[in-house]
Design a protein around this ligand. Sequence first.
Ligand code: ATP
Ligand code: MG
Length: 433
Amino acid sequence: MKTLQAVRGMHDILPSDAARWQWLEQRLAERLTAYGFGEIRIPVVEKTELFTRAIGQGTDVVEKEMYAFPDRNGESLCLRPEGTAGVVRAVLQHGLLNPPGLKVWYQGPMFRHERPQKGRQRQFHQTGVEIFGMETPETDAELIAMAGRLWRELGVDHLLRLEINSLGDREDRERYRTALVDYLRPRVDRLDADSQRRLETNPLRILDSKNPETRSLLVDAPRLDEHLGDEARRHFERVTALLDALGIAWTHNPGLVRGLDYYCRTVFEWTTDALGAQGTVCAGGRYDDLVEIQGGRATPGIGFALGMERLLALVESTGQQFEHRPHAYLVSSEAGAARLGLAERLRDHWPALRLITDLQGGSFKAQFKRADRSGAAVALVLGEAELAAGEVTIKDLRGDSPQSSVPADRLGAELRRRFATDGPDVAASGEPA
Ligand code: ATP
Ligand code: MG
């Protein structure tokens, strides 16, 4: 029978890739925890209504990209296209905004029916953070500073550029919307088809159009930043002043509107030139109305989501090493308890030891071949001669150190000594026996 293939735009993460995912996930989790965020894990499937309500009609995500399907009882469900709506649903459902003031992060797959291409998949992964109940400009600034620190820790800060804008408050956007429609309506014939439709449904989205003719029309269009009310303007000035004080470089992009409807005031994106066309790695903003839209008590919110595939690609472009190659591979002519016993004693001695026991057996030649393929630094040889002498031979598989024999009861100490400088994950754990 023909073997089946994965769904287009949805990818397996194989063991050979998983090390880099773990590497990144671990660093993100540590950093977010250190800033006081708690992890939240929510379902991958939600009611479709959640997303249409939160994200908004006339957005790409709701109009074209949602994986919505009828459940067996006829209710419309949806594979989540993003995380924020579900997080808001969860924190309201469980009363976590009472009292207000909550910082959470999430991580996991998102689903959008887009045209698959480099940097764009139908199942992709995001790590996101949300802060509820804090409306100060300091909140926006610290969130951005945290992201900046992440980029430094991942060694990609020199590849990313921060763009920031203010979308104002709801009334500001309504005034602007009128001005924009007044400007575009007489020029409607020159708009692309999507933008013509959006002129009626969601005119601000037109600012996001990638169509060159539409873009050239927008050059002389009224600007959102000229329609900000005093409060939104002060907020933006304070955020950018704080960024300056913290030494964080930013540029104001008045055309930055973001793809989802729920944003207000501060919006921001980190983009790179290093990944080709899909250069937005992380994006977010304030959503002070979203909790109320979802039926909660009015509570300000702000967050961002970063695309894991794109961030990983960026980290890889710097030559970062992710792999945890095994320290040692145990080959043995002895099929019984001696080799497993030796391996377990070594692990008792040094829990962080990355040791692979050859379980397939056969000739030494075959075992050495597998040892080599495993990437291990050394082979530990337990042959008949070694067994008789109570020793183990250490054979260098990568360099040309001479092979040496070590009494079996000193082997753990010897391996630790050899690999002690092999990164903090190794040196930190385990006590000498
Ligand atoms: P884009 O303009 O690239 O479509 P977006 O505005 O739709 O992005 P957001 O909803 O802000 O994206 O999602 C945050 C991040 O998630 C993006 O900056 C990107 O890194 C990542 N992302 C979004 N859609 C995809 C996708 N289809 N494949 C891979 N990563 C994605
Ligand atoms: Mg998109």
